[in-house]
Design a protein around this ligand. Structure first.
Ligand code: F0G
Length: 383
């Protein structure tokens, strides 16, 4: 098949009904060509957003956000999960399991219940955002609150999958990665198969960094694009073992005890390290980290622009501003930042920021309690 024929297929499927137009299965030739009965919500087809205020905030002329929070369970995880659960059905798995900081768990819970498979999710007892925990419970997964951190959960679920015979659906599962590649394929399709200069993404367990690298490599091999964009992977400062390795030209792998308000990426020993190194090397990419304060400021800017995202997603904007400040990214370059999760995933942090923090942070929007009279409304309006 020529690149033009493939592109035509992808274009035609866009308007088709059901799973055919899914932002994952539309690209089935590059994802899982042999799949027939797919478990699809459908997912993907997430928007590319532009806000002038955020161009200014980052210091670039033209910044696009690919908002993966528009997926069915509110994060990019659905792209990998539709493929992973499809594969679990194909091999006749009796049950599926994952360790998670919350989003993978929510996604697994939803897709497993759609597929009629029992699901087991292991999450750290402290620090899973309310929205994510609520989703896992609501979709019906057996939810284990592990007295430990994400890295403990991952170790435990790996042991469980080996000894108790449940099918493991963390991003070390290659089928998850195949699905997550479609963030990039869909983005390239939206851009008319013209690569941007940079793609900036949050990085935790490094599954997405690995998937993006693989997608770009394959898109070039298939002849869909001629030039690779550069990847910029951004971690939170207190959970930045990958950034530390990058600073040493990947001389060694690091493990840290992770600490950050961005609980989705509070990971000290990322599982997909090797594949992520390859992705950064092949794309002439960079890895950096931002402080919790910077990422919360970036989040407040994204939220106030009406776009909204969860805390971990905002490291992409905070990281971009840093890269512009140091001259690595030129203002005239075409940049796409990935927003990985929905604003409502973590309502707790929003209420703390806007309602409870003393003194109020710069972007705090305090609610005002009033008596039930028009006079009171008027008083507030005129203030
Ligand atoms: N952003 C969000 C919202 C996430 O939930 C995650 C990972 C990442 C970024 C980082 O992606 O791990 O591929 O580097 N969440 C996983 C989970 C760990 O369990 O939901 P990564």
């Amino acid at each position: 098949m020529t690149p033009a024929e493939l592109i035509q297929r992808f274009t035609e499927r866009r308007g088709a009904p059901g799973a055919t137009a899914s932002g994952v299965w539309r690209f089935r030739e590059i994802v899982l060509p042999s799949a027939d009965a797919v478990v699809s919500h459908p997912e993907g087809n997430t928007p590319l957003l532009h806000r002038v205020a955020l161009d200014r905030w980052a210091g670039v002329d033209d910044l696009l956000f690919k908002h993966e929070g528009h997926n069915p369970t509110g994060s990019f995880k659905d792209r990998g999960m539709t493929v992973g659960v499809t594969q679990a059905k194909r091999i006749g798995a009796a049950a599926v399991a994952c360790a998670s900081t919350g989003n993978t768990a929510a996604s697994l819970a939803a897709y497993a219940s759609q597929a009629g498979l029992p699901a087991l999710v292991l999450v750290p007892v402290d620090g899973v955002a309310t929205g994510k925990l609520a989703q896992s419970l609501a979709y019906g997964a057996k939810t284990l609150l592990v007295r430990g951190d994400f890295d403990d959960c991952l170790r435990l679920v790996e042991e469980a999958s080996m000894q108790l015979g449940v099918y493991l659906l963390n991003s070390i599962n290659p089928f998850r990665i195949e699905g997550q590649k479609t963030v990039i394929l869909e983005l390239l399709q939206q851009l008319g198969w013209e690569s941007p200069d940079w793609i900036v993404l949050p990085a935790g367990n490094l599954g997405n960094t690995a998937a993006f690298g693989k997608a770009l490599r394959e898109a070039r091999q298939w002849g869909l694009i001629s030039r690779l964009p550069r990847l910029a992977a951004v971690q939170a400062e207190g959970a930045a073992p990958f950034a530390r390795s990058f600073a040493e030209d990947f001389a060694q792998r690091h493990r840290v005890k992770a600490e950050t308000v961005a609980t989705a990426i509070k990971i000290g020993n990322p599982a997909s390290y090797d594949r992520a190194v390859q992705a950064i090397r092949e794309t002439n990419g960079v890895v950096l980290s931002t402080s919790d304060q910077e990422l919360l400021e970036a989040k407040a800017a994204i939220d106030a622009s009406g776009v909204g995202c969860e805390p971990a997603s905002a490291v992409s904007l905070a990281g971009l501003r840093q890269l512009v400040g140091t001259g690595v990214v030129k203002p005239s370059e075409r940049v796409v930042a990935i927003l990985t999760g929905h604003i409502l995933k973590d309502p707790g942090i929003l209420l703390r920021y806007h309602q409870e923090t003393e003194p109020p942070p710069p972007g705090a929007n305090r609610p005002i309690e009033i008596e039930a009279t028009l006079g009171e409304v008027e008083r507030v309006l005129r203030k």
